[in-house]
Design a binder for this molecule. Structure first.
Ligand code: FMN
Length: 190
């Protein structure tokens, strides 16, 4: 299997990076080919500007977007790992979706009907939060992941597993180790 991990966190010493490492370790151990898109380190440009918008309407994409799309096509599994920032993805990752999941690539309208083009992908979404699960009320997982899930569902993805790790800054090291182990076990189900 081929797995692409897309992640967005500005601090290489963060817990998010530890989560990325845990997933990568587990995938490699079972023989997956793994590629990573570290959006901060790569200095990915998240701004969908007027030029790209015009190009997409003419069926073209900029070279940096084509590169990302090539990676998405390559992968059987797409894994997104990020901290919750204002109930959504960090802007850098949101911009990655804005620019990479273009009309004609991730979805298309055929005879007026929406066609998701990424239906063959299996997806895992991993999110960390500052707030506790109780802070988010009922359907906490749904609230934290709704933007990303909706984007992927729109593009035809129906095989999504997700995990939200709550209150990460407030828990002790033992709890973090347990989270890493839990994510390793979940990765096996991908
Ligand atoms: C700009 C910003 C917005 C945030 N918004 C939220 C939020 O909406 N809900 C929440 O529970 N935590 C929020 N947080 C806290 C982060 O989600 C939390 O610190 C992070 O997930 C912890 O993982 P890390 O140690 O890898 O950074 C926010 C943090 C920042 C910097």
């Amino acid at each position: 299997m081929k797995s692409l991990i897309v992640f967005a966190h500005p601090n290489p010493n963060s817990f998010n990076y530890a989560l990325v490492a845990a997933v990568e370790k587990k995938l490699r151990a079972r023989g997956d080919e793994v590629r990573k898109r570290d959006l901060y380190s790569a200095d990915f440009n998240p701004v969908l500007d007027s030029q790209q918008l015009a190009e997409v309407q003419q069926g073209r994409v900029p070279s940096d977007v084509a590169e990302e799309q090539h990676e998405v096509v390559w992968a059987d599994n797409l894994i997104f790992i990020y901290p919750l920032w204002w109930f959504d993805r960090p802007a850098l990752l949101k911009g990655w979706f804005d620019r990479v999941f273009t009309n004609g690539f991730a979805f298309a309208y055929e005879a007026g009907q929406l066609q998701g083009r990424l239906g063959s992908k299996r997806v895992m979404i991993v999110i960390t939060t500052g707030g506790s699960e109780a802070d988010f009320g009922a359907d906490a997982d749904q609230l934290c992941s709704s933007g990303t899930r909706a984007t992927l569902s729109f593009c035809g993805v129906d095989q999504i597993i997700q995990k939200v790790f709550y209150a990460v800054p407030a828990v002790d090291d033992a709890a973090r180790q347990a989270m890493l182990l839990e994510l390793e076990n979940l990765t096996e189900t991908l």
